[in-house]
Design a protein around this ligand. Structure first.
Ligand code: PLP
Length: 419
C-alpha cells in the first residue's frame, strides 16, 4: 500500500472497509489519471456530475475569475452577488411555470431537505409520501423519504408521517390525500436501479397531487442538465412539478444544489418567522460562477442530442449473452447483467483495462453507465466495445477467480436485495 493510500485510510473517515482508493493526480475531459501513471476512462462522471468532462475550460476560467473577485461574503440571500442571480435567471429561463425562483444550497440532499420544508410550510400540512427504492440523500430528512430499509433502519426513528408507495403503480396514488404536504419522486430512479417512470403514471401522479393540493417535488439531482436527452427529465413527460430539486451536474464539478419553485410558495420562507430557512454557504460564489459557465456551455452545445447519441451507440453495442437489459434514457443508463458474480467480473476486468464503471447503491447486478456528454464518439465506441468484450469473456469463463481483486468495492460485496 502506498504511503498516501495508507494516510488516506488512517486520517480520512471511510464509508466502507473497501474504498476504491485510486490515487488521483489529474482529471481532464473524459479521463482520470493516477499518481502511478494509469489512466481511466471515466464512464460514471463522478456519479453523474462531470457531464462536461473534467475541468471544462469555460468552467475553470469562470472559477479563476470569481476567485480573483471575492469568495464568501455573507450568509445566502442577503447580499447581491452577480454570479448567483445571473445563474438563477438563466436557469429559470429554461423552466416552465411555476418554476420561477431559485433557492441555492450546497448539495443534493440539502436541496431535498429545503424542498420538503418548503412544502410543509407552504401547505401547513405534515404528511410526506415517497416511493420504494428511491434515493434522496443521507441527511435525516432526505433519508426519511428514501425508500430502502437497509439504509434507514440503522437511523430509526426518522421523520414521522412518511409513507412509501410503489413506483409506477397507479392504484397506490389514491393514498395521496388532502393531508399530504408533498410527494417526492425521481422521474428516473437512479440509485434504485435506473428505473424510468411510465408516462401515464407520472401524469396520474401530477393529477392526483393537483386534485388533493399536495406539492409534487421532482428530484432531478441525477437526471438533470441534459443527461437524459432533454435538459430535464420531466420534459420527456411534459409533467411539471411544483418544486424541482437539482445538484450534481449543475456546477461543472463544484458543489452546489438548488430547489426551484414559485415566488408565491417561496414567500413562506420569508415570514412566520423571518429567516426560517437559511444556509451560510448556499450558492457559494465560486460554485455559482462555475454553474453559470456550465449552464451556458450546456445551452450553447447540442448536449441533449449528444446524450441521445450515447444511448443509441450503447443500445447498438451492448446486447448478447449475459446481458439482461439496458435501461434508462440518454446517458443515464443501467446495464443489468445475468448475476452478481458476472457483474463483479465485468466491473473488475473493465477496471483493469482502464474503464471506470459504476454501481448503483441498490443493486449488485446493475452497472451504471453515465459517461461525460463531451466524450469523443470514437472513445465512446471503443469503451462500449471493451465493455461488451469483457462481458463475453466473463460469460465464457468457467473457472471462478480465486484471487482477490484489488477493486473489492463495498458496492459489490454487499447483498442489497432486501426489498
Ligand atoms: C436522485 C438523487 N437525489 C439526491 C442525491 C443526494 O445528493 P448529494 O449526494 O449531493 O447529497 C443523489 C445522489 O446520488 C441522487 O442521485
Amino acid at each position: 500500500m502506498s504511503y498516501s493510500l495508507e494516510q488516506f485510510k488512517h486520517f480520512v473517515a471511510q464509508t466502507s472497509d473497501a474504498p476504491i482508493g485510486l490515487e488521483i493526480e489529474k482529471a481532464e475531459g473524459a479521463f482520470i489519471h493516477t499518481k502511478q501513471g494509469q489512466s481511466y476512462v471515466d464512464f460514471i462522471s463522478g456519479i453523474a456530475v462531470s457531464s462536461l468532462g473534467h475541468r471544462h475550460p469555460a468552467v475553470v476560467s469562470a472559477i479563476k475569475e470569481q476567485v480573483d473577485k471575492h469568495l464568501h461574503v455573507m450568509v445566502y440571500g442577503e447580499f447581491v452577488q452577480d454570479v448567483q442571480w445571473n445563474f438563477a435567471k438563466e436557469l429559470v429561463e429554461l423552466l416552465p411555470e411555476p418554476l420561477e425562483q431559485v433557492y441555492l444550497v450546497n448539495s443534493g440532499t440539502e436541496a431535498n431537505e429545503g424542498a420538503l420544508k418548503l412544502a410543509k410550510k407552504s401547505t401547513d400540512r405534515t404528511k410526506l409520501m415517497a416511493f420504494h427504492n428511491s434515493y434522496h440523500g443521507d441527511t435525516h430528512g432526505s433519508l426519511s423519504v428514501t425508500g430502502r430499509n437497509v439504509y434507514r433502519d440503522p437511523y430509526l426513528p426518522l421523520l414521522p408521517e412518511v409513507s412509501f408507495l410503489h413506483f409506477n403503480r397507479i392504484e397506490d396514488l389514491s393514498k395521496i390525500d388532502t393531508e399530504t404536504a408533498a410527494v417526492i419522486v425521481e422521474p428516473i430512479q437512479g440509485e434504485g436501479g435506473v428505473i424510468v417512470a411510465h408516462l401515464n403514471w407520472l401524469k396520474a401522479l401530477r393529477k392526483r397531487c393537483t386534485d388533493v393540493g399536495a406539492v409534487l417535488i421532482f428530484d432531478e439531482i441525477q437526471s438533470g442538465f441534459a443527461r437524459t436527452g432533454r435538459f430535464f427529465a420531466f420534459e420527456h413527460y411534459q409533467v411539471v412539478p411544483d418544486i424541482l430539486c437539482l445538484a450534481k451536474a449543475m456546477s461543472g464539478g463544484m458543489p452546489m444544489g438548488a430547489f426551484v419553485s414559485s415566488r408565491e410558495r417561496f414567500k413562506s420562507f420569508m415570514y412566520d418567522p423571518p429567516l426560517n430557512h437559511v444556509t451560510t454557504f448556499g450558492g457559494h460564489p465560486v460554485s455559482a460562477a462555475a454553474a453559470l459557465a456550465n449552464l451556458r456551455v450546456l445551452k450553447q452545445g447540442n448536449y441533449t442530442a449528444r446524450a441521445k447519441e450515447i444511448e443509441k451507440y450503447a443500445r447498438a453495442i451492448l446486447s448478447g449473452p449475459g446481458i439482461v437489459e439496458l435501461r434508462g434514457m440518454g446517458a443515464m443508463l443501467g446495464l443489468e447483467l445475468r448475476d452478481r458474480s458476472l457483474t463483479q467480473k465485468v466491473v473488475e476486468s473493465c477496471f483493469d483495462k482502464g474503464i471506470l464503471l459504476g454501481w448503483t447503491l441498490h443493486s449488485n447486478t446493475l452497472i451504471r453507465l453515465a459517461p461525460p456528454l463531451t466524450i469523443p464518439i470514437n472513445l465512446l465506441v471503443q469503451t462500449l466495445e471493451s465493455i461488451k468484450e469483457a462481458i463475453e469473456v466473463a460469460v465464457n469463463e468457467t473457472v471462478e477467480k480465486t484471487v482477490e481483486h484489488p477493486l473489492k468495492s463495498a458496492y459489490l460485496k454487499n447483498d442489497y436485495n432486501d426489498v
